[in-house]
Design a protein around this ligand. Sequence first.
Ligand code: ZN
Length: 246
Amino acid sequence: MNPNIRVTIWNEFRHERYNPEVMKIYPEGIHRALQNGLSPFGFEVSTATLDEPEHGLTEATLGATDVLIWWGHQAHDEVDDGIVQRVQERVLQGMGLIVLHSGHYSKIFKKLMGTTCALKWREADEKERLWIVKPTHPIALGLPEYFELDEEEMYGEFFDVPDPDELVLVSWFEGGEVFRSGITYTRGQGKIFYFRPGHETYPTYYQEPIIRIIANAIKWAASDRGASPFYGNVKPLEIITPKVTP
Ligand code: ZN
């Protein structure tokens, strides 16, 4: 159990309200499916969505969040720049951030990466095989060396992100492409995990290995970061000998 880790799942929550195909898979929204999947791990899980006031990401909510999960797609541009700034500041202060699937194009991920975060994609109901390429990483705990999703959207390289701190998962797709599917970063005091699977027309967030990886990533992103750094003007630790000019 992880009673002290406070998780907020943020979801755009548009496809699930307006697209009958998606509604069938996620009748209560992707955020509820994730919440139901993650709750047995003992986290304190709450949710927030785009159409709530301040997108559900008030100062108080973010202040009480150890790890924020982000799913967005068609409405990235509707996310208020001030809220993006607020989330970025919390990440720099040490809040963990897990960005899922099409969140690669979210304002917050692009801001934290500083690159276009562009990639190749295709919707062709193809098989995805995910390989664990860093089995010693906490995010890979309890996983087999690979697992498969019968149908997913394809994301292919080149993925325009900075070189990650750690590469945990690599995907292969039936159509031939490969993709860095599980990558980690640190920004300021915050730990960031990008995790690829999760296209809205497939039941990906009901799959056991997917939920396990997200749960592992929550624990990793919330883990101790050591002493907070001090910034600013400081007194010297030793006496600095005055320089004598001859
Ligand atoms: Zn997608």
